[in-house]
Ligand binder design. Structure first.
Ligand SMILES: Cc1cc2nc3c(=O)[nH]c(=O)nc-3n(C[C@H](O)[C@H](O)[C@H](O)COP(=O)(O)O)c2cc1C
Length: 204
């Protein structure tokens, strides 16, 4: 009888260990987010676009560039002056309607360059005119070393329009005074870690 009970106890212990192993395996599988995600960005010289494309490709997400209704000046000095006027006055530069519908997504990853310590005006327009109720917004920005209040402003406006804001990220680029670009100063590993963080369910 004693031997019989020992056998029962061993079988029970084995079953508990197996069940723990099975649960661990399925936790691992469920660790990838199922959120339907759209990457939306504005970019003039390609830095923000590079990050946007990398995150969209890595996560298999849809992606869309915010297009302005009327093009910015191509002359750098003229653009600088106009951008300063816009950002200082919180101007919402008119943009073309997006081809993707924000309402069809759970999570919107939004990218902007830094212009005069703020987000670029087309991104201000997008965030200010979009209903994010029930959505998660992940703001990211690129800068040349003077990040200003971009992330704080993006989070505040998205939140005001109903978003839960998570995983905000800044990326620094080497940029000369004439606007020419010389690669990312933020370590690549930070970009990879950020993308991997967006892949997991923890961000829900
Ligand atoms: C009009 C203008 C204003 C800028 N103002 C800032 C700024 O205030 N702080 C900063 O760090 N970088 C500033 N930059 C540099 C850009 O933010 C940086 O180069 C960014 O990565 C460009 O992104 P993009 O290539 O996606 O357009 C400015 C660039 C332009 C064109």
């Amino acid at each position: 009888m004693k031997r019989f009970f020992s056998l029962i106890m061993m079988v029970a212990a084995f079953a508990v260990v197996m069940s723990a192993c099975t649960n661990k395996a399925s936790d691992g599988q469920n660790n990838t987010t199922t959120q339907k995600t759209l990457v939306v960005y504005y970019s003039r010289s390609g830095n923000t676009e590079g990050i946007a494309k990398q995150v969209a490709q890595s996560l298999g997400d849809d992606i869309e560039l915010i297009e302005v209704a009327e093009a910015y000046p191509t002359d750098y000095k003229a653009l600088e002056k106009l951008a300063q006027e816009e950002t200082e006055n919180n101007v919402q530069r008119p943009i073309k309607p997006l081809k993707h519908q924000v309402k069809d997504y759970d999570r919107i990853i939004v990218g902007t360059p830094t212009w005069w310590y703020k987000m670029a005006s087309p991104v201000l327009t997008f965030l200010s005119t979009t209903d994010f109720n029930g959505k998660t917004v992940v703001p990211f920005m690129t800068n040349a070393g003077w990040p200003g209040t971009v992330i704080k402003d993006m989070a505040a406006i998205s939140g005001k329009n109903g978003a839960k804001v998570v995983n905000a990220k800044e990326f620094k680029f080497n940029t000369s005074n004439d606007g020419s670009q010389h690669g990312m100063a933020t370590p690549e590993s930070e970009l990879t870690d950020w993308i991997n963080g967006l892949r997991t369910a923890d961000n829900k």
